[in-house]
Structures are given as C-alpha cells and as structure tokens.
Design a protein around this ligand. Structure first.
Ligand SMILES: [Zn+2]
Length: 140
C-alpha cells in the first residue's frame, strides 16, 4: 500500500488527479493510478537504485551495463525524470481517456485508451470508472 510519508507524490497540471507521479525513498518511481484511496494500478515505472562509484560518480544498480553520471541530479534527470516526461508526452493527450477495471480487494488495473475505443465497447467499455485524461479548466 501507499505509504505517503516515504514518498514524493506529484500530480500533473491539467491531467486527471487520479494519476500521480510517485518517487519513493528507496528509488521506486512511477506513475500510479489512485482511486477511492487505493493504488489501483502502476502504469509505468522509472525505478532508479542509485549507487555511488569508487570514483565519486553515480550509476543505477538496475542497469547493466550502467551509464555513469557526475552527480545524483544527473542520474535522476537522465534516468527517471526525462523518461517520465517522454512517457507523459507520448500518452497524455485530449483524445485519450483513463479507464479503471477490476474490483478493490481483487485484481485492479487501469488503461489509457483512445476515447473512440471507449464508445466501441459501450459507454464505459466494462470499466468501473472512466474519465478523460485531460481535465477541462473549472471542472473536477
Ligand atoms: Zn537503471
């Protein structure tokens, strides 16, 4: 479960607040779907397990071979923040919606789909919750 005191949790301006970018103290980073107080799904992760090398540079222990960076900031920017921004640029647009499936306490998962696909499967395509990804100003 989400333990907020151990995490940095950030929303995305103009995007449904169901999606949050979370960075944990142990290097787990990803875009989570929060619904009714639980983590419904993790859409994508950008984990970084940082390690300082003998010569004072930084690397990610999950990567082999690992790129070496001159600072923690450079490691996190290159390894987590830039891929996260690339992912959001690819996935966040006004033609897409967030759909949540499953049942709390059982399997839960989320998908981002082109909104026309939702209509093909009915108004909610079997989802328990559905909203446009991009939120209009002044609505919630
Ligand atoms: Zn890595």
């Amino acid at each position: 479960m989400l333990r907020r005191r151990d995490e940095i949790v950030l929303g995305f301006a103009g995007i449904t607040p169901k999606l949050q970018f979370c960075i944990g103290t142990r290097g787990a980073a990803g875009i989570m779907v929060l619904h009714e107080g639980i983590v419904w799904d993790i859409l994508v992760d950008f984990d970084v397990i940082e390690q300082r090398t003998a010569d004072g540079r930084y690397r990610c222990r999950l990567c082999e071979p690992a790129d070496l960076f001159p600072s923690r900031e450079a490691l996190w920017t290159s390894h987590c923040l830039e891929p996260m921004l690339a992912w959001t640029n690819e996935h966040f647009d006004a033609s897409r919606s967030l759909l949540l499936f499953g049942q709390e306490g059982h399997t839960t998962y989320a998908q981002i789909r082109q909104t026309p696909d939702v209509a093909v499967g009915g108004p909610k395509a079997g989802a328990v919750y559905y909203c446009p990804l991009v939120q209009q100003a002044g609505t919630t």
